[in-house]
Design a binder for this molecule. Structure first.
Ligand code: 13P
Length: 251
């Protein structure tokens, strides 16, 4: 059985002191949620402080991005090696990075590779835009993103995939549970073509896009969906805790 994952992508929110406060609010509750992997992905600048705050808890830490080179003259970038000292996970290829920072599947591929090389666990994000969805191109788009992002990369159980339809992110218009389940089932079938049926049945695939404490059950109860990548609602301690708890209760 695949253990569910609830990951919070804080995006570009919280100063260091706000991040510390938020973790203090949810730490004990979250630590007590059993059978769910709980991951916080704060901004880079707060990783170190939060690492200290959650040591000796069951909460894991992730970054929201990385650069694919190990070190060197890349002013402003953060390398896989730097992150490996601070956290276990890293979000790669989020649609906001694709949209605002011109990340292509080729760059995403290099980042997934670089993360795996230093032992970081990538959470690879894929998802179609509204126009693509409306044109019936969802499977073509997410299938293409998946194949390109993973081209030439051996499977590792460290990999997690997140299906985040762009039209559902930050809009309050989540996919329906059955819509998300269908696309995630398709993603699993592509993984099966790439790596075989055994890998397809063990890989964890999350849903992301306007997940809240009010709709998490709709997603978490679906066969193909192994948890959620939560944006806005991960910035509210009670919401995020409730999302993790409800996921745990469904197991
Ligand atoms: P929201 O939950 O705010 O829609 O964001 C989803 C997301 O992008 C998580 O990575």
């Amino acid at each position: 059985m695949r253990a569910p994952v609830i990951a919070g992508n804080w995006k570009m929110n919280t100063t260091v002191s706000e991040a510390i406060e938020l973790v203090r609010e949810m730490r004990n509750g979250l630590d007590g949620v059993a059978g769910v992997e709980k991951i916080l992905c704060p901004p880079f600048v707060s990783l170190s402080a939060i690492k200290d705050l959650i040591k000796e808890t069951s909460i894991k830490l992730g970054a929201q991005n990385l650069y694919f080179e190990e070190k060197g003259a890349y002013t402003g970038e953060i390398s896989p090696l730097m992150l490996a000292e601070l956290c276990q996970y890293v979000i790669v290829g989020h649609s906001e990075r694709r949209q605002y920072f011109n990340e292509t599947d080729e760059i995403v591929n290099k980042k997934v590779r670089a993360a795996i090389e230093v032992g970081l666990k990538p959470i690879l994000c894929i998802g179609e835009r509204l126009a693509e969805n409306e044109a019936g191109m969802t499977e073509k788009v997410v299938g293409g993103q998946l194949r390109s992002s993973l081209a030439g990369i051996d499977y590792t159980p460290d990999l997690t995939v997140a299906y985040e339809p762009v039209w559902a992110i930050g809009t309050g218009k989540a996919a329906t549970g059955s819509q998300a389940n269908m696309t995630i089932g398709f993603i699993r079938s592509v993984i099966g073509q790439l790596y075989g049926p055994e890998v397809a049945s063990e890989l964890r695939i999350l849903y992301g896009g306007s997940v809240t404490a009010d709709n998490i059950v709709e997603f978490a109860q679906q066969d193909e969906i192994d948890g959620a990548l939560v944006g806005g609602a991960s910035l509210k301690a009670d919401q995020f805790l409730s999302i993790a708890k409800q996921t745990s209760e469904l197991r």
